[in-house]
Ligand binder design. Structure first.
Ligand code: AMP
Length: 399
C-alpha cells in the first residue's frame, strides 16, 4: 500500500518518498488513519518501527500555519527531542510555513525564547525546560490542539511524570492526545485514563520481545576480566559500528578511554557531558567518523542510529525492559544484528530478570581460546538457583 492511500496530502507523501520510504510500516498503516480522524490513540511499539512518522505525518497533514503552538510533543531526553524535531523538519519540507522548535535543557535560553516568540506551530520538548518556559511566560500552550506524549514509560522511569502532568494542565482540555509507551505500569494506566478520551489502541508486536533478526547471547566472565573479554569479542568480530552500553558514566568514560588508546575512534554519550558534546558524539557516530559509541542507557534509549552492526552490553541492564531497548539498536528495520552481553556473577540476578521478562532463555556463550579465570561463584550461583550444572552458564541455548 502506498503512503498516498492513507489519506495524507501530496506534500507529505512527496517528502516521505524523497526519504526513500516506499510503503508505510505496520504502525504507520494502523495509526495514521486513526490520527487523521482526530481520535485519541494509545500506542505500544518498539523503537525502530517508524513510530515518529506514524504520529508526525498525520499531525502535519491537518496543520494550518498560524504561528501558534498547535502541536506539543514531549520526549524524555534531549537526544530524542532533537531526533524527532529533525524527522519533522524532513517530513514537513514541502510545507514551507510550518515551523518547529525544539526545547530542552543544557543549552542557553535565549535562542529558544527567540524561536518561541517568533511563533512556531510545533514544539518538541523535554518536560523540565518546557516548564521553565511556561513559568517565565515564554511558552504558551493555550492553543495546543494535539498533544503527543512519547516514550511515557521512560518519562516515568526518569521521574518526569509530575512535570508531564503539570504541562498537560497547561494545555486545553479540548484537544487530541496520542500516548506512546512500551509498557503499562499502574502510574501510566492512570495517566492514560486521565489524558485520553476513548482512545484507539495500536500495538505492534510484543513490546517484550527482542527483534527476530537479532542474535543475542550472554558471555559470562569474572569482573576482573570484563574489559579483556570485551576486547577479545571485538577483535573476533567484523563490525561496522558498535554501540556499547554501560550502567555508569564512570564505566562509559573508562571503556571509551581504553578503546581510544587501542586506536579506535570512539564517541561517548552520557548525562555528565555538555549538550554540545552529546550532540557531537551522536553526529560523529551517525556519520561514521566514530566507529564506536559508548553510552549510558538513559542517554541512549530510543535513539535512531541506523546501521548499528553490533550492540555490546558492558554491564547487564538493571531494568529488564532496557535490555530489549538496548539490543533493539541493532536489527533495526529488519537488518541483521548481533548483541553481546557481558555477565558477571553479581549480575546473574539481573540476567534472570531479563529472561523472565522476554519469556526466553538467552544462550550463554564462551569464547574459544580465551583464558577464562575460574569462578567458583558461577558454579555456586547456578547450583543455588536451579540445581543445574555449570554447563548451563557456558552451555547450549535454553528452551
Ligand atoms: P522510529 O521508530 O520513528 O525511530 O523510526 C526508525 C527509522 O525508520 C527511522 O530512521 C525512520 O526514518 C525510518 N522509517 C520510518 N518509516 C519508514 C518507512 N515507512 N519506510 C522506511 N523507513 C522508515
Amino acid at each position: 500500500m502506498p503512503f498516498s492511500a492513507l489519506g495524507l496530502s501530496e506534500p507529505i507523501v512527496k517528502a516521505v518518498n524523497d526519504l526513500g520510504f516506499t510503503e508505510p510500516s505496520p504502525i504507520q498503516t494502523q495509526a495514521i488513519p486513526i490520527v487523521l480522524e482526530g481520535k485519541d490513540l494509545i500506542g505500544s511499539a518498539q523503537t525502530g518501527t517508524g513510530k515518529t512518522a506514524a504520529f508526525s505525518l498525520p499531525v502535519l497533514n491537518g496543520l494550518e500555519p498560524g504561528k501558534k503552538t498547535q502541536v506539543l510533543i514531549l520526549e524524555p531526553t534531549r537526544e530524542l527531542a532533537a531526533q524527532v524535531e529533525e524527522a519533522i523538519e524532513k517530513y514537513s519540507k514541502y510545507l514551507d510555513e510550518i515551523k518547529v522548535a525544539v526545547i530542552f535543557g543544557g543549552v542557553k535560553y535565549q535562542r529558544q525564547i527567540d524561536q518561541l516568540k517568533s511563533g512556531v506551530e510545533i514544539v518538541v520538548a523535554t518536560p523540565g525546560r518546557l516548564l521553565d518556559h511556561i513559568g517565565q511566560g515564554t511558552a504558551d500552550l493555550s492553543q495546543v490542539k494535539v498533544l503527543i506524549l512519547d516514550e511515557v514509560d521512560r518519562m516515568l522511569d526518569m521521574g518526569f511524570l509530575p512535570d508531564v502532568k503539570r504541562i498537560i494542565k497547561n494545555c486545553p482540555d479540548e484537544r487530541q492526545t496520542l500516548l506512546f509507551t512500551a509498557t503499562m505500569p499502574r502510574e501510566i494506566e492512570s495517566l492514560s485514563k486521565w489524558v485520553l478520551k476513548d482512545p484507539e489502541k495500536v500495538e505492534i508486536g510484543r513490546s517484550r520481545s527482542a527483534a527476530e533478526t537479532i542474535s543475542h547471547a550472554f558471555y559470562p566472565v569474572v569482573e576482573r576480566q570484563k574489559y579483556k573479554l570485551l576486547i577479545e569479542l571485538m577483535s573476533r568480530t567484523t563490525f561496522q559500528s558498535v554501540l556499547i552500553f554501560t550502567r555508569t558514566k564512570f564505566n562509559a568514560d573508562m571503556v571509551s578511554r581504553r578503546l581510544e588508546r587501542l586506536g579506535h575512534s570512539v564517541a561517548v554519550l552520557h548525562s555528565d557531558r555538555t549538550q554540545r558534546e552529546r550532540t557531537a558524539a551522536l553526529a560523529d557516530f551517525k556519520s561514521g567518523k566514530a566507529e564506536i559509541l559508548v553510552a549510558t542507557d538513559i542517554a541512549a534509549r530510543g535513539l535512531d542510529v541506523a546501521g548499528v552492526s553490533h550492540v555490546i552490553n558492558y554491564d547487564v541492564p538493571l531494568n529488564p525492559e532496557d535490555y530489549v531497548h538496548r539490543i533493539g539498536r541493532t536489527g533495526r528495520a529488519q537488518t541483521e544484528g548481533d548483541a553481546f552481553t557481558l555477565l558477571t556473577e553479581d549480575e546473574v540476578k539481573n540476567s534472570k530478570a531479563i529472561e523472565h521478562f522476554i519469556g526466553q532463555k538467552v544462550e550463554r556463550k564462551k569464547i574459544e581460546g580465551f583464558k577464562y579465570m575460574y569462578s567458583a561463584l558461577f558454579e555456586a550461583e547456578e547450583k543455588r538457583s536451579a540445581g543445574r550444572t555449570t554447563s548451563r552458564l557456558f552451555g547450549r541455548s535454553g528452551r
